[in-house]
Write a protein that binds this ligand. Structure first.
Ligand code: ZN
Length: 130
């Protein structure tokens, strides 16, 4: 398994990690299989979506903010970031992508994204190919 770090710079941020994951897949020992991309965090997530239009990241933020208001949850009494936990739970901590000839088989408009919900922070991403 390999890992890399991403330093987020805002509270909400969508960061394209496709190139970093593809680089790991390219030099990996497994030319074909499944690549698991996993963020070991409770307030960040991993998703696959379009990155050609950065509005999609902004739209995701706005949609989730409309669905999940801030400051009204039980966990807010503990450390005031319940909305970030709920958003991360909905988006989920991982994605799996088929690998063929050491290439991620993503569609033309698909990118792997790390989604920060409670930044800025240092985030880890684990990548395992089997
Ligand atoms: Zn918390």
């Amino acid at each position: 398994m390999e890992e890399f770090s991403v330093r987020t710079t805002r509270k909400f941020q969508v960061i394209d990690i496709t190139a970093k994951v593809q680089e790991i897949v390219k030099r990996g020992a497994t030319p074909e299989g499944i690549c698991c991309v996993f963020a070991p965090h409770a307030t960040a997530a991993v998703t696959i979506n379009e990155n050609a239009d950065p509005n999609i990241g902004e739209d995701l933020q706005e949609a989730l903010a409309k669905l999940i208001p801030e400051g009204i949850w039980r966990h807010d009494r503990i450390d005031d970031n319940a909305a970030a936990h709920i958003k991360a739970a909905i988006v989920g901590p991982s994605e799996t992508v088929p690998v063929k000839e050491r290439k991620l088989m993503l569609g033309t408009w698909q990118s792997l994204m790390l989604v920060e919900f409670d930044g800025p922070r240092e985030r880890k991403v684990f990548v395992q190919i089997r």
